[in-house]
Every structure is written in C-alpha cells, then in structure tokens.
Design a protein around this ligand. Structure first.
Ligand code: SAM
Length: 243
C-alpha cells in the first residue's frame, strides 16, 4: 500500500510514520508513506497558501490550486508505478465519523491520499473536485488535519499484512468484532495488593477464552451501550446468558 499526506506540516507527519512499529514496517517495504508540502505547489511569488474567506468571517482558507496540483502530482507518481487511481480522503471536522469499519475499508485500497486542512479549512471546490470522501476523527475541532491524517494512516497501516507481528493481533483487539477488549495483565501476579484474575493463571485456554469473552461483553455493555445493542442485533443466536 502507498499512503500520501498532503499538508502544510509534512515533517510532523513524516516523523510519526517512520518511527516505531510503522517505521520498521516501512523499512521492510511493507508500505510506502510520503508527505507533501502544499506550499511547494503554489504559483504565486510569496508562496502564499491561504487567503481571506469570501463573504467575510475570521480566519484564512487554504487555496484550491496548490492542493489540486499536489494531488495531481501524487496521482501521476502512482500511475508511473502502475498503481490504480488513488482514493482521496479529506480530513474535515464536518466529515463522516471515523471508526474501525472505515479503517478496514480504507486498508483495501492500493493507494490513499489524505489531505489536511488548516486555519479555517479548505476551499470547498477542491474537495468537490477531488474528494472521494471526507473523514472526521471526532466531534471536536483541531487546529489542523495532521493529527487526524495520522490517526487514519496509523489505523489503516497496522492492518497491512506483516505490519503487526501476528495477524491475530488486530483481530483480537477492540472494535474488530464490534466489542471492546477484555482487560489485560502482565507480571507481577500481585501488584500493590491487586492480584491478576486467577483464571488467567490456570493455563486452561477454554476457560480463559470464556472469561475474556464475558469481560468483553460486560465492558461493552457498561461503557458503550450503543455498540453493545448493535452487537446483540448482529448476534441473534447468542445465548441469553451471554447478554
Ligand atoms: N472551520 C472548520 C469547521 O468549523 O468545521 C474547522 C477548521 S479546523 C480549525 C482546521 C482543519 O483541521 C480542518 O480543515 C481539518 O483538516 C482539520 N480538522 C479539525 N477538526 C477535525 C476533525 N474533527 N476531524 C478531522 N479533521 C479535523
């Protein structure tokens, strides 16, 4: 997979994508990640990227032209590599709420362009012209789309084959099957008077799986009743004692 981030702060995004688990995976060639400076695509002498909003109001709006040209340049690079047309997602506070289902869908694209706004946002016309979708990472407003693009890139790239040590790793985590995860423990067996649940020390994997399933359902029911109701609807054959 190839991911391209279009931003005014490429160095911020680049350092994240080339550190830790993702950095090691990129070094192994499991994906390509590139961050592009919008300013490099401006056509005015001052390399200005934004201007006052038509109709008045506070803040500045990013020009359509440099963003469009940057996306076109990435599209051309992908075509040269023989890749299909990249999917383009704009990070906006007004976009569709992001979740694990969306991450799984985006992970199926060969190449993905993530466009970050800043200041008051982006000229709507470039979103209309190039955007396949708009994504919001939550009901709050950030100063820019960089963190949002990294949230999307991280959650998508960890699903690429080989990025996590074990594929089962992400299938056992929160949201994969619609529930949140059971609690995790490591050594020591007793920490400051708090013992690890005894079942985890039995070595009986059927019992451990049953306990974890129960914890997962109970936590989801208590913390995310919205998710729990949806899970119950999609698991109609679940024994009533489980619910
Ligand atoms: N004027 C916009 C509004 O009221 O919806 C907010 C602009 S925000 C200050 C600047 C940029 O941050 C946006 O263009 C977008 O790229 C990014 N951003 C802010 N909140 C976001 C969110 N919840 N999800 C994704 N991107 C967000």
């Amino acid at each position: 997979m190839r991911i391209d981030i279009v931003t005014l702060f490429p160095e911020l995004c680049d350092s994240f994508l080339h550190a830790s688990i993702l950095g090691r995976a990129a070094d192994k060639g499991l994906f390509e990640a590139h961050c592009h400076q919008i300013r490099d695509y401006t056509k005015n002498k001052q390399k200005q990227t934004d201007d006052y909003p038509y109709g008045g109001g506070c803040g500045m709006v990013l020009y359509a032209q440099p963003i469009a040209d940057c996306i076109r340049a990435v599209q051309a690079q992908c075509a040269e590599q023989g890749r299909p047309r990249p999917h383009v997602a704009f990070l906006t506070a007004a976009g569709a709420p992001y979740n694990e289902q969306t991450a799984r869908r985006l992970a199926t694209y060969d190449s993905l362009i993530l466009v970050c706004g800043h200041y008051e946002g982006i000229d709507e016309r470039v979103i209309e012209a190039f955007g396949d979708e708009e994504i919001s990472i939550g009901d709050y407003v950030l100063t820019g789309g960089e963190l949002a693009s990294l949230v999307v890139a991280d959650s998508v790239l960890r699903l690429q084959p080989g990025v996590l040590a074990e594929e089962k790793g992400y299938q056992e985590e929160s949201y994969w099957d619609g529930l949140i995860e059971y609690p995790q423990y490591t050594r020591p067996e007793v920490w400051e008077g708090r013992a690890v649940p005894p079942v985890l020390l039995t070595g009986d994997h059927d019992k451990i799986d049953a306990w974890r399933g129960k914890q997962s359902r109970a936590r989801t029911r208590a913390r995310r009743p919205d998710l729990y109701d949806r899970w119950c609807r999609t698991h109609p054959l679940t024994p009533p004692s489980w619910k």
